[in-house]
Structures are given as structure tokens and as C-alpha cells.
Ligand binder design. Sequence first.
Ligand code: ADP
Ligand code: MG
Length: 354
Amino acid sequence: MEIGIRNLSVVFPGRQRFWGPSDPAVTAVDNMTFTIPRNKTTVIFGESGCGKTTLVRVLAGIQPPSSGTVLFGGKDVQGIAPKDRELCLLSQSIAFYPHLRVWQQVALWLTTRRPWLSHKEIMKCVDAIAEKLHIESILGKFPHELSGGERQRVAIAGKVLVPAIHFGVKIIFLDEPLSALDEKLRVEIQELLKLMFAELETTIVHVTHNQFEAAYLADTIVVMNAGSVEQVGTFCDIYERPQTKFVAESVGSITMLKAHELPLVNCQDAHFVGIRPQHVHVTRSVTNNGSGIRAEVVKSEFLGEYILVTLKLENGVLLTAHTRDMCSGEYTVVIESECMHFFNAEGVRINRKP
Ligand code: ADP
Ligand code: MG
């Protein structure tokens, strides 16, 4: 189901405390307008505290907005209770019932919403889902006996797959389901999620602050900054054509310089210039056409897939480059000018005239 978000704001009022410091008011979601397409995976991407969870809670109906409208399939959902919104939510902090075994946690949607089902029927559903997530062997365990990766799989089974397969929910919200996992497990479960998303054909809203996860899972990424939308697009759009300085700095690495700090480059009316390290090349030879900038290597760090070289230009400005060999001493730097990103003083992209 398509989700329309129109002028949505959420303000948490400040609180005067009798004892201790008082809380200032916080605008967690600040006049957001965008559309989440139907049956695609949309990733809400942003750093911690930018309002992702608040946005998802409003869409799920748990948190009332201060102003603005949420439309599901074009219809205003104000006043519709979360359980009647045909959605499921896997929240950031997973709560398990400590006294229930894994199969009971997985079966919760079934046992609470369809109490007439027999034990045999329930176990048939649980077994089929457990097989998909490879948790067949832990169905008899209690939550405290599970590892981090197993907990995440159990949560996905019970809170996403059961509602998606047996209740036909129209929207699935996942709020940072992988953020507590180590990198290897994160990648493993992310692959599982991608397969699952492809099979389900449901509108999926996945929240993360991890750019690799966003790039891997998203059809569309919504980049958030302090309660607002900075850019909506594919990962390629966001990485190669960042519309703001903030977006350019949130994905991949980039050196952001003031335009006047970069010699030999015609920055036209730009205020900031962003340069990704893979577009900076170093050579020992002096270029005769004047396109190179003299620089001295400050640091050369072996990072496995490439070497990260920090260069100090003649005017003292630092720039980073990716190289194949360790470097030291004096070099000539050549920057691929068509790959530079230009922004005005407000940090908005300037598309350069040829
Ligand atoms: P994220 O999920 O992106 O980390 P959140 O939506 O959790 O961000 O929080 C956004 C902002 O709203 C934060 O500054 C947070 O402190 C504030 N906030 C979230 N929930 C509440 C609440 N119930 N009361 C007051 N402030 C809140
Ligand atoms: Mg959050």
C-alpha cells in the first residue's frame, strides 16, 4: 500500500522538572512531505536522533502527529488504531516474553488473534516459517538461551513473517532490526531479509543508520536530517548526485573544502567542493599542462582493499586519495573534475554549467 506523508510534524513539548534539569521541546519530525511507493522497499536513512523511530511510530499509529496527514493508499488514517492499520512493526528494542519458548514467541500473532486454531495447525505454520529462517533447532529454547543473531531471527519470524504470510499485512515496518549485530551477522541477516522482501511483495519501510544496509536493501532511500527529508532517491542518486552537502557527507567518504581552498579548479559560484578519494589521482611526474596540484604525502594507510593517502596541498589544505601503492614524499595531484560535487553557501547542490 502506498503511504503518503503530508506536512507531518511531531513536537515533543518540553517539561519543567521539579528536581534536576528540565527538558527543552524537541521537534522530532519537522514538516515532512514525501511518498513511500507501494510494494517496494523504502529505507529511512539517517543518523541517531534524527527522528526515524518517531516517524515510523506515527505511520504505525502508535504516536499521534502534532500536525500533518498520513495517507494509506490515498486515505487519511487519522484515528485508525494500530491494530486496524493492516501493518506489522519490528521495533528497535525487541521485547520477548521471558517465560515463553521460541515457538510460542513465533506463534504469538496466531495464538492471540486466532485462538480457535489447533496446536497442530499452529505448529504447521511455525515450522514452515522456522525453516525459512533456519531456526528449527531452537524452537524449544527460552529467549535468554539465544544468541544475538538467533534473537533477531526469532523476532523476524514472529513479528514480520507470521503477519506477512498469515495475516496479509499491507505494510511492514522494521526499525533498525540489525543494528545490534556484529558486521558478519548483520550481512548474513541482511541477505535473508532481501530474499524475504522479494518474496513478500509488500510495502516495506526499513529504518537504518548503516549506509551499506541501506544500499543493499533499498529500492528507494529517504535521507533524513534533524527531522526533515534531505533527499529521496536510489542509492546511486544519493551517492553520485547528492542534492545537499549533508547528503554528500552522509554516504561514502568525501573531503569537503571551501571553494577558494582548491587551486586550479574553476568553482564558478560554488561555496563548497566535495571530492571523493577515488577521484583523486597522484603521480610522481609533473604535469605540463598545469592541471596538477603539487602536494606532499602526510600519511599513507594500508586498509586492505586500497591505501588511504592523506595529501597536504601547497596552501596547507588536506585532501585524501585512494591508491594501490604506499606513497611518501612529493606528488602531483590530479582530480577528476567531472566527479566533483559543488554546493552553495547553504549547502545546496549547484549543477555546473559546462
Ligand atoms: P532516531 O530513531 O532517528 O534515533 P528518534 O525518533 O528516536 O530518533 O528521536 C528523535 C528525537 O526525538 C530525539 O531528539 C529524541 O530525544 C526525541 N524523542 C523521541 N521520543 C521522545 C519522547 N517520547 N519524548 C521526548 N522526546 C523524544
Ligand atoms: Mg530509532
